[in-house]
Design a protein around this ligand. Structure first.
Ligand code: SF4
Length: 62
């Protein structure tokens, strides 16, 4: 399982970072950085929370 970012769609508001700061953060330029693409079961709930909170559906689980 991995988390996938549609970067052109991302508007950089950081709601996903608030939902799952262990998995992602916005860098100094406002670009979202995924800490790792592969998501294990322990991080699945956080990853799903980040996906749900994104207002432009730029994140998905694959
Ligand atoms: S919530 Fe969505 S639009 Fe906002 S930074 Fe995260 S991925 Fe990008």
């Amino acid at each position: 399982m991995k988390i996938v970012l549609d970067r052109p769609r991302c508007e950089g508001h950081g709601l996903c970072e608030q939902a799952a700061p262990q998995l992602m953060h916005l860098d100094a330029d406002g670009e979202l950085v995924l800490h790792h693409e592969e998501i294990d079961e322990a991080d699945a709930a956080l990853a799903n929370a980040a996906v749900r909170v994104c207002p432009v559906t730029a994140l998905r689980i694959a």
